[in-house]
Design a protein around this ligand. Sequence first.
Ligand SMILES: [Zn+2]
Length: 276
Amino acid sequence: MADTAKDPGEPRLDGRTVLAVFAHPDDESLACGGTLARLADAGVRVVLLCASRGEAGSISDPTLVPDGDLGAVRTRELTAAAAILGVRDVLVLDHPDGDLRWDDVPELHADIVGAIQHYRPDAVVTFDADGLYWHLDHVGVHERTLTAVRSFGIAAPPLYFVTMLKGMMREIMKAAHAKGGATPDSGLWGITPDAFGDSAKPPTLAIDVRRWVPRKLAALRCHQTQMGGRDHPMAWIDEDDARRWLGVEYFRRADVGGDAAIVLEHLGERYATRDA
Ligand SMILES: [Zn+2]
């Protein structure tokens, strides 16, 4: 486990608050679990707002959901993952999984506005407009979070969109396959690995989370109903694979708010796409 007290090179961010807004239990770990853990270790109060209970998701093993209440099981999985990442506050809302882009639009907007008013975050993190792989719930949460943050005008906290590099998930699939696991085109909830990051805008910030990868992987594996299937690559990759392919997390700062101070930049480095 990373221990910032023993690492004078690691910046301290005590007293700061970061609000992460995602759609389903597991998004937080997959999108930026390493950054959330690193922020928590740096003294940041990390608050996670999850728009749905994930009740419409897949089930890797029916015995994990004996009473059929997937939303309740996924909420428990999220609580376990959040504890590993050091997320202090977990707010699970009950907006309809699968319809987050169209249903409860004013309600979800109001929930995010309310969380910003209550926690007064120094930064907000959510999906970019591509929703990682055009998942419409993720796109909806991006839209609601953007409008909610924007409604604060020049007082808006800095907003960061988490993004993935194209090709990364394909490499994770290959690594899992090399271990005897997931076949190259299976296991990602029916999504081709090439969809991840395919249409993402280039990131502007890269955060090195290699030291936090064991916790990111452990948090991902708390989401057993989602990642526990024999075909799921996260069940097969080892820590070296994870460090290699999940060890840097990428963000793009949104052009909203006034002259707000930097937050995530304390941990990351400016990132420019090499072939841009
Ligand atoms: Zn999701």
